[in-house]
Design a protein around this ligand. Structure first.
Ligand code: PAF
Length: 282
């Protein structure tokens, strides 16, 4: 596997690959690979001639210094895992290559990035994500970018940015990979200990309760939301939000019809977790 450290090295490789008529699939990550990342990489490798993963812990999208400091980093282990998942190239730039002195440009996506995660984590979060992904897409210039449904709002923000700024790339959204008991895979799960690991299942219980209400025919958003909140409180967790929104705009829905996203975020012990379910309601 080749490792590139600067945008120029990455762009030179992509130019040569394109000249040779190869398609490129790209998985942007911050490392600490788990089964969720590996499923995105396997899919990118199976659908393209060349599969590229980026590994960059992007400081500008963290709203808490402690979260950034605690973010797990092990590039050598990540490189081995990426190679085993069929990745040929890892793009792992240093912060100085991404944000050289004088860096002054940001990408901000209005509307969809201002609610839920955007409101809780502050306006800098999605601005940091959109800016770094715009830079990564300019460096990797792929045919397809692979994103995980677990970060549903990130997917919606990046879809909007890609459309608005005319990036010539298809977005492939891949299903959330879960632990056997239903907990969504996350690099942060490793910091859940003892009772917190059990309480983390409250997010899954809340989503299941809301899905159950919908399956029983309930279409009033507030009743479905109440069912989710009750189920989470029974498991001892009070979420930061339990929202039922349009999956593209992230605006709340009063009555459920068509594509509906149920999104939840909660702090469990030292860790902030998110999860969601996308459901088609008829
Ligand atoms: O989802 C992530 O790991 C990050 O937000 C991303 C898309 C790699 C941008 O830093």
């Amino acid at each position: 596997m080749q490792i590139f450290r600067t945008p120029r090295e990455m762009q030179d490789f992509v130019r040569e690959s394109r000249r040779a008529g190869k398609t490129i699939g790209f998985v942007p990550t911050m490392g600490a690979f788990h089964a969720g990342h590996l499923s995105l990489m396997r899919r990118a490798a199976s659908e393209n001639d060349v599969a590229v993963v980026s590994l960059f812990v992007n400081p500008t999208q963290f709203n808490e210094a402690a979260d950034l400091a605690a973010y797990p980093r092990d590039e050598a282990a990540d490189a081995r895992l990426a190679e085993s998942a069929g990745i040929q190239v890892m793009y792992a730039p240093d912060a100085s290559a991404m944000y050289p002195p004088g860096f002054a440009t940001t990408v901000s996506v209005a509307g969809v990035s201002e609610v839920l995660e955007g409101a809780t984590r502050g306006p800098g979060h999605f601005q940091g994500v959109a800016t770094v992904v715009a830079k990564l897409l300019n460096a990797v210039a792929c045919d397809r970018v692979y994103l995980g449904q677990k970060d549903a709002q990130q997917v919606a923000v990046l879809h909007r940015m890609i459309r608005d700024l005319d990036f010539d790339v298809d977005v492939v959204v891949c299903a959330t990979v879960r632990e056997p008991d239903g907990l969504a895979m996350s690099s942060r799960n490793a910091r859940l200990r003892g009772d917190d690991r059990t309480r983390a299942l409250a997010l899954r219980h809340g989503l299941d309760a809301a899905l159950g209400e919908i399956a029983r025919g309930e279409r009033a958003m507030e009743r479905v939301q109440m069912a989710g909140l009750r189920a989470m409180h029974e498991k001892g967790v009070d979420p930061e939000y339990f929202a039922i929104v349009d999956p593209t705009s992230f605006m709340p829905l009063a009555r459920l019809n068509g594509d509906v996203l149920i999104a939840v975020a909660a702090r469990v012990g030292p860790v902030r977790l998110i999860d969601n379910e996308l459901v088609h309601v008829s």
